[in-house]
Every structure is written in structure tokens, then in C-alpha cells.
Design a protein around this ligand. Structure first.
Ligand code: NAP
Length: 240
């Protein structure tokens, strides 16, 4: 019997309360990991070993969460920076508040998520960091200049971090999902959705499980031990 080697590994996920994050939490738990997650709202029933409310835009809160996880579950092996938001509009119509909100969660939030754990990972000489980027950061998307800018920035962040962290046997990768069926994409108007689906060779949106399995692969010290600084596109061939 082969395994992904995630049994008893402590893995921290942000935005684990619903959508892609919740599916990542469930899958990693099924694979035997000890999973901790934060979200703005924590659902009543979840499979994680530890869950608490925290806002990824607040570094102090994230550092406090990091300490709690280490105390409750032990040294953290994996970090999944998943929490993200959209504030879509055409460039000329985006307000400074729309820019700030998206930059704060999608870029600074990713920094605040990874920062509390890096020193520990370097010390233990093992770790895997996964940031959830987006097809929008890869190929751009009309109406998402703010979102796409942060998702492209995250790709630059993990590629650079991968180069710094390799000497400590710590890996950093990004996943760029295409359009996935979650609350985030429920708001897309039906006529727009039809146009997007017509561009996707698979002729459908993906499911959160598609991203969760990609995440499990990138976290796995068995399956992806030589994969770092990479962007794994999971998009039904919806490329540029
Ligand atoms: P989602 O259903 O909206 O879930 C996002 C979760 O993150 C929510 O539970 C949300 O909490 C939480 N969150 C938002 N801001 C937070 C903050 N400041 N601190 C802590 N948690 C926060 O979105 P999703 O579709 O699962 O997306 C997950 C990730 O995949 C995001 O980074 C997104 O950009 C990326 N992505 C999604 C798609 C897609 O098509 N769905 C495509 C490409 C990339 P509340 O809702 O309770 O505020």
C-alpha cells in the first residue's frame, strides 16, 4: 500500500470554513494529517483537529494562531494559504477600497499566513507551502485587475521563496485553479458563465476536490519532494 506520507503531519489551512479551503481540510484529514484552519466564520461541524476564527490580514492574530497550533498539535509541516476574496469591476470603476481589500487579503494575507511558520520549518528542515493563486493571475481577466494583480504577485512570492527555502528542504508552490464551483463563482451571472464555459475545453467548471487533490500532491513529501517554485494549473485546459 503506498501513501502520500501526510499521516500525522500538522498542516495549517486558511479560509478552511467553506469552498476550496473546506474541501482541502477534509481531504487532508482523510489522508491522516492533523489539520488546523482559520476562517472569518467557523462552521459548526468540521473534521479538523483545530479551528479558530482569525483574519489573515492581521499578522498579530496569525502569529498567535501559529503559537496555538504548535502547542496543540506540534510543529507545523504544511501551510496552505487559501483564503481569498474578489471585488470585481472594470479598472476605471474599482475604488481604492476595492484595491486595498483585495491586496490585504490576497497578498498581505498570504504573507501573514506563511511568515509565522517559516522559521520553524527551516529549523526542522522540512516543510511544504502551497498558495492558492488563480488562472486570473496567470492569464489576466477583464474585471479583475485588482484580483489578478494579487494572484500574479503570489506566484512571484512562491517562486522566490522556493529559491530561498530550498537549502532548508522547504518547498513553496502555487496552484492556479481555473473556474471552480464555490460561493465565489456563484455570483457570476448565467450569461457570463455560459461564455466562460464555452472557452473551457472541458465545458464545465472544476470542483473543489480537483484543487484539494492538487494541494495534497504538492504537500506530499513522497509525491512531490523535488517540485518547488512551480505553478500547478488546474483548469480543464482553460489556458491563455
Ligand atoms: P470562498 O468560497 O469565498 O471561500 C473563501 C473562504 O476564505 C471563506 O470561508 C472566507 O470567509 C475566507 N476568508 C475570506 N477572507 C478572509 C480573511 N480575511 N481571513 C480569513 N478567512 C477569510 O472562495 P473559494 O472559491 O473557496 O476560494 C478559495 C481560494 O481559491 C481563494 O484564494 C480564491 O481566490 C481561489 N480561487 C478560486 C477560484 C474559484 O473559481 N472558486 C478560482 C481560482 C482561485 P467568509 O466568507 O466567512 O468571509
Amino acid at each position: 500500500m503506498v501513501s502520500l506520507g501526510l499521516e500525522d503531519k500538522v498542516i495549517f489551512v486558511t479560509g478552511g470554513g467553506r469552498g476550496i479551503g473546506a474541501t482541502i481540510v477534509s481531504l487532508l484529514t482523510e489522508l491522516g494529517a492533523k489539520v488546523a484552519f482559520v476562517d472569518i466564520n467557523i462552521p459548526d461541524d468540521h473534521p479538523a483537529a483545530f479551528a479558530t476564527k482569525a483574519d489573515v490580514t492581521n499578522l498579530e492574530e496569525m502569529e498567535a494562531v501559529g503559537k496555538k497550533i504548535a502547542k496543540k498539535l506540534g510543529p507545523v509541516y504544511g501551510v496552505v494559504a487559501n483564503a481569498g476574496i474578489t471585488r470585481d469591476n472594470f479598472f476605471g470603476k474599482l475604488s481604492p477600497a476595492d484595491w486595498d481589500a483585495v491586496i490585504n487579503v490576497n497578498l498581505k494575507g498570504v504573507v501573514n499566513t506563511i511568515k509565522p511558520f517559516v522559521a520553524g520549518m527551516y529549523e526542522q528542515k522540512s516543510g511544504s507551502i502551497v498558495a492558492i493563486s488563480s488562472i486570473s493571475g496567470d492569464r489576466g481577466n477583464a474585471g479583475q485587475t485588482n484580483y489578478a494583480a494579487t494572484k500574479a504577485a503570489v506566484i512571484g512570492l512562491v517562486k522566490s521563496l522556493a529559491r530561498e527555502a530550498a537549502r532548508y528542504n522547504v518547498r513553496a508552490n502555487a496552484i492556479a485553479p481555473g473556474f471552480i464551483n464555490t460561493e465565489m463563482t456563484k455570483v457570476i451571472a448565467d450569461n457570463i458563465k455560459e461564455k466562460i464555459i464555452a472557452e473551457i475545453p472541458f465545458r464545465r467548471f472544476g470542483e473543489p476536490e480537483d484543487i484539494a487533490w492538487a494541494c495534497a500532491f504538492l504537500l506530499s513529501p513522497v509525491a512531490s519532494s523535488y517540485v518547488t517554485g512551480e505553478v500547478l494549473r488546474v483548469n480543464g485546459a482553460h489556458h491563455t
